[in-house]
Write a protein that binds this ligand. Structure first.
Ligand code: AMP
Ligand code: GLY
Length: 419
């Protein structure tokens, strides 16, 4: 089979690495890919958002399956485009991707189907939003409706911060059209965890839980990023809590989407918080998270192609999905300055002398001459598996210690490690 993976980050390298292990795959493409995917697949210089060029490429090369990994092409309807020309595509169509691309849609869905989530009010009128902000309970959480690279959420602790957040989103359009409508929601507290799940629109099969580290600096300080590291398992939860999540969140969400005529097929991302009132949904994504995918996929024992087929054929209830009984840690090495301005083009040293118990997924590298150079904000994800989480963390940091590039920045406390 010929497979095309759309995207070019660490998540896509991890997906390519896993799919490459399938005996059924004869040719693997990545568009646009990165320096890491170039080692195991053929990179194709097409942007993930160029729907027409991706579709034309898939037709021309006789691609059997396209795995659409990032949020933008999903929200734009790449899966629908591919299906229209008869190509199998993994990921939700445009209608179902709305669960990520519109926070208002997601919140209203949860309200309609009694899925536990923070109380909220939606505004598309600046004056009304500003009036509401004057009396809202603090802290308040202010979210842009649309996709904003994970940066469209502001937790306002003072009234002034709340006023500024609303103004920034609605008046100055800091997030473009994404902030025309906003959600103001109740501030919740509790440990967070991510649960990714495969679903064919009827059956939902959660993966092992994981936890992202969104802030740039140690101790959860600094600006939000795409994610600076991830561990598996995420926050440890009891069987009873897991049971509650299955009954009140995982299955009801999939059933709600089907009932709305938005059958969701692919990977759904449940961003959860274990609040004193029970597990609540913080957000949904319509795809694998990054870096969560880098920590989770190495633990998957089942052939990913078998799961993809079951999802696309609506037969997810018929297969067995096996996971390695181990823990995992992914430490992201980023360019100094990320998520604000940073420089690229620095040579990356040490990749050829990695410890045997580490894997490296490339997020933002390219090949220049005979070496890898940095090419993005997040540069590498260093992953290690271990019997215990402390083992996985220690080994991953051992791997990180052997890699070097100018102005490299990484957190020293992924998974709670104190360095
Ligand atoms: P999101 O992009 O919706 O996942 O939000 C980014 C981060 O903001 C989350 O991971 C949480 O840490 C925080 N957050 C979002 N919504 C809330 C909320 N209602 N209460 C407390 N923290 C929140
Ligand atoms: N790690 C969070 C995300 O992929 O959105």
């Amino acid at each position: 089979m010929k497979v095309l993976i759309v995207g070019g980050g660490g998540r896509e390298h991890a997906i390519a690495w896993k799919i490459k292990q399938s005996p059924r795959v004869s040719k693997l493409y990545c568009a646009p890919g990165n320096g890491g995917t170039a080692q195991i697949a053929t990179n194709v210089a097409i942007k993930a958002t160029d729907l027409a060029a991706l579709t034309a490429f898939a037709v021309k090369e006789g691609v059997d399956l396209v795995f659409v990994a990032p949020d933008d092409p999903l929200a734009m309807g790449l899966v629908d485009e591919l299906e229209r020309v008869g190509i199998r595509a993994f990921g939700p169509g445009k209608a179902a991707s709305l669960i990520e691309s519109s926070k208002v849609f997601a919140k209203d869905l949860m309200r309609r189907y009694q899925i536990p989530t923070a109380d909220y009010v939606v505004f598309d009128d600046l004056i009304k939003a500003m009036q509401y902000i004057e009396k809202v309970q603090l802290p308040a959480v202010i979210k842009a409706d649309g996709l904003a690279l994970g940066k469209g959420v502001i937790i306002a602790r003072t009234r002034d911060e709340a006023r500024q957040a609303v103004q920034k989103m609605m008046e100055e359009a800091a997030f473009g059209a994404a902030g025309k409508r906003i959600v103001v929601e109740e501030f919740l507290t509790g440990p967070e965890l991510t649960v990714l799940a495969f679903t064919d629109g009827k059956t939902v099969r959660p993966m092992i839980s994981s936890r992202d580290h969104k802030r740039a600096f140690d101790g959860d300080q600094g600006p939000n990023t795409g994610g600076m590291g991830a561990v598996v398992p995420g926050t440890v939860c009891t069987d009873a809590e897991w049971d509650v999540m299955t009954k009140t969140i995982f299955q009801p969400t999939i059933d709600a989407m089907r009932a709305e005529g938005r059958l969701f097929r692919g990977v759904i991302y449940y961003g959860l918080m274990l609040t004193p009132k029970g597990p609540y949904v913080i957000e949904y994504n319509a795809r694998f998270g990054d870096p969560e995918a880098q920590a989770v996929l190495p633990l998957l024992e089942t052939d990913l192609m078998t799961i993809i087929d079951a999802v696309l054929d609506g037969k997810l209830d018929r297969i067995d999905i096996q996971w390695q009984d181990a823990c995992s840690c992914c430490v992201v090495m980023a360019s100094g300055g990320y998520p604000a301005a940073y420089k690229t083009g620095y040579p990356v040293f040490g990749l050829d002398t990695l410890p045997a118990d580490c894997l490296v997924f490339h997020a933002g590298t390219r090949i220049e001459g005979d070496q890898f150079v940095t090419g993005g904000g997040r540069v590498l994800g260093v992953v290690s598996l271990g019997k215990t989480l402390p083992d996985a963390i220690r080994q991953a940091y051992h791997g990180v210690a052997g890699i070097d590039f100018k102005h490299a920045h990484y957190r020293r406390d992924i998974g709670g490690a104190a360095w």
